[in-house]
Design a protein around this ligand. Structure first.
Ligand SMILES: [Zn+2]
Length: 664
């Protein structure tokens, strides 16, 4: 990868051009000959007016030349990132499996044994036998008291079933990590009871459960009956769930207590034994995310039949050990399954060799500069907001100053020393990794949070705002073409990775972020008046989404997508401000081609060129907190006067919103 920073790329904007006095450059006329690096000319549909449907303008060529998605999503840029990452990780593992030295990976690393055991063709014959031996304890589920005992035994083996626990920074601001406990449900899905679209989703989830039972050796009749039982228990437990929106409000998910307090919520469950099984001390500081969930568990421990609990726990075991269940795919597909497993289960073991191959320190430096520019833009924006009062502005500025940027990879990788895996048994390896991870999590509780470690994988092509630590995490996997490259024109990088990073900054100050201070502790400096003023402006965006049609006569669920919609709108605003600041410092000579603003907007549009299968589109509409991508691209642009100016859109154009919403 060439070692050039974004700043130098921006200075080299020879192909760009300003709108000048002779009118707005017409991208329909100019694309092809003069598109800057990072914009795909062939994806642009010049037959579409950008002022009518910018998504189709930016992506139409790609949409018509790409075959339909048979399942899941095809994203023009993110699927490409995924393939690049997979190919790199695969070449690392192939070299290691072949006994070759690999930079960043010690010889005999456990992750290599994990992959070898996953690729072993003997899994087909003996995987199910080994999984079934983990099911044996379920025979002892005969009474309410025995359910809890069996859950504890499975936990001790390395199979979590209905309870989730993780070490997290103390939401109350204490220096030590606390153990967070939540109902895991059965790993099926967190059904959102308030969502009217759920009936279709229930069916999809049910057939997924049924398929898992079939792979676990059930007859079709048994699988159907098992799925009915699992779904009934899942829904009974989920009925207590407050839904996604409430879960996003940190005030409603902070319930510090001791194990004694947890016992009071669900007295039938053997909490002391469970704590021992996961390695938690009896006096460990706990946070229960949603206490009514544990009350619902107590209710179901007594009310659900032994058959129902056996089916649910059986499903939990099959789900956890799924990669070992036959039928296995053909060898090529099996490689992908094993790669996915290794990247999901041991990202910190694969992180060093991956980073060594894909990320240069110059890339990290360039992205840090970009983040710095976006944060400076946000600071200037904070100063200029008329709806925010002074006390709130002061606290937001203080929080922005403490925002930490973590780019590329963690300072320290989670160690896998002490984890012993063999190439012999995938099931044994899955259980060993799970127990190892569980013990690591438990060992962190009550100790100062290690900020050198990342709570997310560097192999995921995504970016995160970590609300509990007021930090932005930018994994190495995101910092590759076609989402970022030092070779891309500066405004294009701003439209691609820049809008993503701006989006994450905004999350620090949205309806979730505003309740926490610069250290991530639950302490808000927002006044009631500023909260009201923010919410009034946010309501404008919500009303727009609620009125935006999508497939099948439905509209976007504006309440569900609001935080993401606001982050997109705000992220684009920050990217634009950063661009304007750069252009002020380095004015562009007038030349034919796309203006810097047009490049930025095309980067944004092409970032989200996507095809979804009908099933995936429906699932996303019901569960995703982001609007469907065509809406995601167009909706914020309709609110930006800079967009209308850049493409010369008249006030009556569909891409110009009335009224125009503005928050940040
Ligand atoms: Zn977001």
């Amino acid at each position: 990868m060439a070692l050039r920073s974004i700043r130098t790329a921006l200075l080299g904007l020879a192909v760009g051009g300003c709108a000048g006095h002779d009118g707005t450059p017409d991208p329909r006329r100019l694309v092809g000959a003069t598109v800057p690096a990072g914009i795909e000319a062939s994806w642009i549909d010049t037959a579409v007016d950008p002022c009518v449907d910018f998504y189709r303008f930016a992506c139409g060529g790609w949409l018509s030349s790409t075959p339909p998605a048979m399942e899941g999503l095809i994203s023009a840029r993110f699927s490409e990132l995924q393939s690049r990452t997979t190919a790199t990780v695969r070449s690392v593992l192939e070299a290691a499996l072949g006994g070759h030295p690999v930079k960043g990976l010690v010889p005999g690393a456990p992750v290599v044994s994990l992959v070898a055991s996953c690729l072993d063709p003997r899994v087909e014959a003996r995987g199910l036998v080994e999984v079934e031996s983990e099911i044996v304890p379920l025979r002892e589920v005969t009474s309410p008291a025995s359910v809890g005992e069996v859950i504890v035994r499975l936990e001790a083996r390395g199979i979590p079933t209905v309870l989730d626990f993780a070490s997290v920074p103390d939401p109350g601001g204490g220096p030590a990590a606390v153990a967070q406990i939540d109902l895991r449900l059965l790993g099926v899905t967190r059904l959102d009871a308030g969502d009217v679209r759920m009936p279709g989703m229930r069916e999809a989830v049910r057939s997924d459960v049924q398929r898992t039972f079939l792979r676990g050796g059930f007859t079709p009749d048994q699988a159907r009956a098992g799925a009915d039982r699992v779904m009934a228990l899942e829904e009974a437990l989920a009925s207590s769930d407050p839904g996604r929106r409430a879960r996003n409000d940190p005030r409603s998910t902070y319930h510090p207590m001791t194990l004694e307090g947890v016992k009071a919520l669900a007295p039938s469950f053997p909490w002391a034994k469970w704590a021992r099984a996961v390695g938690l001390a009896e006096n460990a500081p706990l946070n229960v995310v949603h206490p009514p969930g544990l009350t619902a568990l107590e209710l179901q421990l007594k009310a659900a039949s032994a058959e129902t609990w056996r089916a649910a726990l059986h499903f939990a075991v099959l789900r956890w050990l799924q990669p070992a269940l036959p039928p296995l795919e053909d060898p090529a597909a099996r490689w992908n399954t094993c790669l996915r497993l290794a990247t999901e289960v041991m990202p910190d073991s694969l992180g060093p060799p991956f980073v060594a191959r894909v990320l240069s320190s110059a890339d990290v430096g360039a992205v840090r500069l970009l983040l710095g520019d976006l944060e400076q833009a946000f600071g200037a924006r904070l100063d200029a907001l008329t709806w925010m009062d002074e006390p709130t502005r002061a606290s937001a500025r203080a929080k922005l100053q403490r925002l930490v940027n973590r780019v590329g990879h963690p300072e320290r990788w989670e160690s896998d020393s002490g984890l012993i895996l063999s190439r012999e048994s995938l099931v044994a390896n899955l259980l060993a990794v799970s127990r190892f991870e569980g013990r690591l999590e438990a060992s962190r509780v009550g100790r100062p949070v290690d900020r050198g470690l990342w709570p997310v994988s560097v192999l995921r092509a995504n970016a995160y705002y970590n609300v509990a630590r007021n930090e932005i995490l930018v994994p190495a996997a995101l910092l590759q073409p076609p989402v970022f490259s030092p070779e891309f024109a500066g405004p294009v990088n701003l439209g691609l990775v820049g809008t993503v990073l701006g989006h994450e900054i905004i999350h620090g100050f949205d309806r979730r972020g505003r309740w926490r201070d610069g250290t991530g502790a639950l302490h808000s400096g927002w006044t009631e008046a500023s909260i009201r003023a923010f919410d009034e402006r946010a309501a404008c965006v919500r009303a727009q989404s609620d009125a935006t049609p999508v497939v099948g006569g439905m509209t976007v669920n504006g309440a569900a997508t609001l935080d993401e919609d606001l982050a997109d709108l705000g992220g684009l605003r920050l990217a634009l401000l950063a661009l304007q600041e750069r252009l002020r410092n380095h004015p562009e000579p007038s030349s034919p081609g796309l203006s810097p603003e047009q490049q930025l907007f095309l980067g944004w549009g092409q970032l989200w060129c996507t095809k979804a299968s009908a099933e995936a589109a429906n699932a996303l509409l019901a569960l995703d907190v982001h609007a469907p991508h065509p809406v995601r691209v167009n909706a914020p642009l309709r609110n930006l006067p800079e967009f209308a100016r850049a493409f010369g859109c008249p006030a009556s154009a569909p891409m110009v919103a009335h009224p125009r919403c503005e928050v940040w």
